[in-house]
Design a protein around this ligand. Structure first.
Ligand SMILES: *Cc1c(COP(=O)(O)O)cnc(C)c1O
Length: 456
């Protein structure tokens, strides 16, 4: 498979380059030159891991052979607590697909456990080291650390806002982690953390000096890995009599729902995606008006979705406009100059063929959490946003993605539902471990000094 940037289709990249670079040098997102064709019915009855192998192999060739892909998949999903990686539950008006049975109890493990191993393999092959730098509102940090812990070729610097992450999220980042992990508690907000990280990435000398790498959701390998659960969930439904199913997806950076869209494009029987935003309603406003205009982000009950820009949206737009990099360059330039761009009615119509979008308030989120709790099923606030959006939609057959375990947001779940949610013994013991944690003031030079002083 060859890849190119959404902003320049002439220069080609290999899968290995795509993983190591994250973002294209021209600022665009890297996308596969074509989508491989797979016959959904051929996957019938196969395990999650088998579906993953068949999906990933064409995207990773020729850098990885089918045997290598299979080994990476097997290692990545070994420490999930359910055999098929994901698990579904029937609720009153939808099926919930639980994606949170990995080591840090959020769906981000599904992609990061795999990306971590791919990255390590590539660094070994090239005899290289790298520095992974990221900002997290809680979930990405824990999942990246769990994936890269003790990998000697990677040093991980993860910034999180002091006092704004949950107890379990914090413990997963700074307890019982290896010497290659540097959790950085920032005196500032998540936006400050993101700003510092972006500024550091755009310093080319520093970037080269320490071999900076990103594992955020613009990394193609993460989008690819997330395609599996969509394909796995619908593979047996190809007969028209069974109808096509839709997915309700709690959305922040548009990575998760984009993965589903690619699976639909590859011919799997998916009707629509119900995009569930919280009060950060960028995509809902786009859907209503065709205008993409990021606003400052608001703090909500679902912090992993409190995002001002939906980075992966550029990949979707690239598909909607017929893979035209000139079109993307024009729109991105307008965004840079005017803080917004708008799309033509035919592009918006194409968007509506695959997506319905709802913005869900904090009150609605809390109401869903209380309602499902009363029915005996606790959901975390992100999953609740997805279920709330499903309620607003008239689509008949819907799978709502459960993106985090309620335990991960236990304080909030208890506060909203009134139900006690004791930590498991394993989490209890994790929380009691000594902290490995560094504090950082909100200054780019301090971050760069810190990284340089710890770099081998
Ligand atoms: C990251 C995250 C999301 C949002 O996913 P995107 O890929 O950014 O759209 C939703 N729920 C939880 C629990 C998350 O951690």
């Amino acid at each position: 498979m060859k890849y190119y940037s959404t902003r320049n289709c002439d220069k080609q990249y290999s899968f290995a380059e795509v993983v190591l670079q994250g973002l294209a040098p021209d600022g665009g997102l890297l996308v596969p030159a074509s989508l491989p064709s797979l016959t959904p019915s051929a996957l019938n009855g196969q395990s999650y891991q088998a579906v993953a192998e068949q999906l990933f192999t064409p995207f990773m060739a020729p850098d990885f052979s089918v045997t290598e892909v299979a080994a990476l998949v097997a290692q990545s999903y070994r420490n999930f607590t359910v055999a098929d990686v994901v698990q579904s539950k029937e609720l009153k008006d939808c099926t919930v697909l639980e994606l949170f049975h990995g080591p840090t109890l959020a769906f981000k493990d599904i992609a990061l456990q795999f990306l971590g191993r791919v990255l390590n393999e590539l660094l070994q092959q090239h005899d290289e080291h790298c520095v992974v730098l990221g900002a997290t509102s809680g979930d990405t940090g824990g999942a990246a650390i769990a994936a890269l812990d003790h990998m000697a070729r990677c040093q991980v610097f993860m910034l999180y806002p002091k006092g704004r992450v949950s107890l379990v999220q914090e413990a997963q980042m700074n307890r019982r982690v290896g010497d290659n992990i540097f959790p950085l508690e920032l005196e500032g907000s998540f936006d400050d953390a993101q700003h510092l990280v972006k500024a550091t990435f755009s310093d080319p000398d520093f970037r080269r000096a320490v071999k900076l790498t990103a594992v955020n959701s613009i990394n193609w390998c993460r989008v690819m890995a997330q395609m599996t659960y969509y394909a796995h969930a619908v593979k047996g439904r190809e007969r028209p009599s069974q109808g096509a199913v839709s997915f309700a997806v709690p959305t922040g950076n548009f990575g998760d729902v984009l993965a589903g869209y690619y699976v639909q494009r590859m011919g799997f029987p998916i009707d629509k995606f119900i995009v569930a935003c919280n009060e950060n309603d960028l995509i809902a406003r786009f859907s209503a008006s065709g205008v993409y205009r990021p606003n400052p982000s608001l703090a909500t009950l679902s912090p992993a979705m409190d995002i001002q820009v939906a980075s992966n949206f550029e990949r979707l737009l690239f598909e909607l406009c017929g893979r035209d990099s000139d079109y993307i360059n024009t729109k991105m330039e307008q965004l840079r100059l005017n803080g917004e761009f708008s799309v033509e009615p035919e592009i918006l119509a194409k968007f509506h063929q695959s997506f319905e979008v709802y913005a869900i308030s904090n009150d609605e989120t809390a109401a869903i959490m209380r309602e499902t709790a009363a029915d005996g099923y606790l959901v975390d606030p992100h999953t609740a946003v997805g279920i709330a959006a499903r309620r607003r939609s008239a689509l008949p057959d819907v799978i709502a993605l459960a993106t985090a375990h309620p335990l991960k947001f236990s304080e909030l779940v208890t506060q909203v539902t009134g139900q006690a949610l004791p930590l498991t013994p394993a989490l209890e013991s994790l929380v009691e471990q000594p902290k490995r944690c560094f504090t950082l003031v909100n200054q780019q030079s301090k971050l760069q000094e810190f990284i340089l002083s710890r770099c081998q």
